[in-house]
Design a protein around this ligand. Structure first.
Ligand code: DAT
Ligand code: MG
Length: 132
């Protein structure tokens, strides 16, 4: 996902270009504004954390771009392309190192396991919206 800060800053084409250069196939692509309920569900694992309210405010605060990627080891590979959660710790050349300065607004999201990918794809895409 390209988060609201990335969309607002016009980074969508840059990030889609990186995905294309890497070689992942985009099987779903949708610009959308997330409801609070969907955001709370998406980030449910963090609901007891002190930053949860701010996180939900942020992710619902403007349109995002939801992207379904397919490719060899795409979950780990996309997380590697994003870099560490805190941009200060992200390796040079990663999206978060190149385009972000704060953990709270770190431009992109990536599912962290096949289980979370399946769950999150189900939150953002309806049956039939993904290419087979
Ligand atoms: P990631 O997005 O790398 O999977 P995460 O799942 O630990 O990281 O956290 C989800 C998002 O929550 C993260 O992208 C930004 C926000 N976040 C995490 N830790 C935070 C913190 N200590 N302060 C503020 N926001 C935080
Ligand atoms: Mg996470």
């Amino acid at each position: 996902m390209i988060k609201p800060d990335g969309v607002r800053r016009g980074l969508t084409p840059e990030i889609l270009a990186r995905i294309a250069r890497k070689g992942y196939r985009v099987v779903g692509l949708k610009q959308m504004t997330i409801s609070r309920q969907t955001a709370e569900n998406h980030y449910g694992e963090h609901k007891e954390r002190p930053f949860f309210g701010e996180l939900v405010d942020f992710i619902t605060g403007g349109p995002v771009v939801a992207i379904a990627l397919e490719g060899n080891e795409a979950i780990a590979g996309w997380r590697a392309m994003m870099g560490a959660t805190n941009p200060a710790n992200a390796a040079p050349g990663t999206i978060r190192a190149d385009f972000a300065t704060t953990t709270g607004e770190n431009v992109t999201h990536g599912s962290d396991s096949s289980e979370s990918a399946a769950r999150e794809l189900g939150l953002f895409f309806a049956d039939g919206e993904l290419l087979s």
